[in-house]
Design a protein around this ligand. Sequence first.
Ligand SMILES: *Cc1c(COP(=O)(O)O)cnc(C)c1O
Length: 410
Amino acid sequence: MKFSTKLIHGNLKIDETGATNTPLHLSNAFAHTAAEELEGIMKGTSMGFAYTRISNPTVTSFERRIASIEGGFAATATASGMSAIYLAIMNVVESGDEIIASSGLFGGTYTLLRNLKSYGIKVIFLETINEESLKNVINDNTKIVFAETLGNPKLDVLDIESVAKVCNDNNVIFIVDSTMTTPYLINPIEYGVDVVIHSTSKYINGTSNSIGGVIVDGGSSKYKDVKYKNFNEYSKKFGKMAYTAKLRDTVGKDIGAALSPFNAFLNLTGVETLSLRMRQHNLNTMAVAKFLSINSKVASVNYPNLPSSKYYTLAQKYYKNGASGVLTFRLGSKENAFNFINNLKMILNITNIGDAKTLIIHPASTICANNTQEEKEQMGVYDDLLRLSVGIEDIEDILVDVENALKFVN
Ligand SMILES: *Cc1c(COP(=O)(O)O)cnc(C)c1O
């Protein structure tokens, strides 16, 4: 099956009712006729459902759809993108371990990683994460390399293949957050990534009607290594699926950040149109990027598919059909940036991305308000910078709104 077909039919199981949409199973628990049956499910020796914190048929259906479109062995859905990141990391690390991360991360992820210090986990942030910078800091204590395929809001394009090579040479687990790029632009597992995360709250859901996250397991034999001794038992039993087996058996259950079946149902509906939406997001964003880059009031525009971008070559190499729906631009001063937002008529001032609607935010005073000046600069955030998440409205309406608001900029 090709990609857009998988969005609709990938791992689709039609039950005895013939319903074409996966039914919404709003039930906390599942009854079994034989005691042996429930014993087997709870022990993990047979398939089935026991309790929705652990698994649920609607959620499983969503997980299978995501695994299908991402090219993973298995997927685990979570209550939010943040819980997906937290669980994906805590499934691996122990006190004394080290993580190497890029500094151009989503603000919430940056803070999460910084807070791991209190668990005795050291995080090294690299302003640019690539083969050379990694080689200097990777060591025997490094358990994870974490990066975003496309940084939010830095919009730096990760050189996945070269980072994966260093991770493989050193037997380090490589986790990427692909929220910004979605499986429509890239399947990171194909480039040697071990675990892929999405905040499904964004493009996968597509209309911002539910928060959620997902952890996709690419399968790996790295877990056999003595370095990952907490995985060894799972590795013996579950082979390449050791990561998901441990995740579901330990932190997944312990923390209980399960995705609600209702949200899984909404995501299943949303994901069917991912290709159509991403196509329009890509086209509209490129049009806005071009429009802004020839306006004299705009100091600079950052969008990886603009030939002037320093990430242009990497974007061309890794992203299929466009560079997603987010761009940033600078207007010379905070006052100009605020004036621009305050004079928009249709575009919404919102802390979100990946919606069908066009959204704008001033990151320095909002999502990055708790970061130091130095951290902000590492994240590519400046006082005069705006982040625009371009929606799928008619491009003419978006451009009219942008053009009008620019009249209020000095
Ligand atoms: C939004 C976002 C997250 C966090 O996801 P939530 O669903 O809001 O918890 C993580 N990473 C990236 C890149 C995001 O854009």
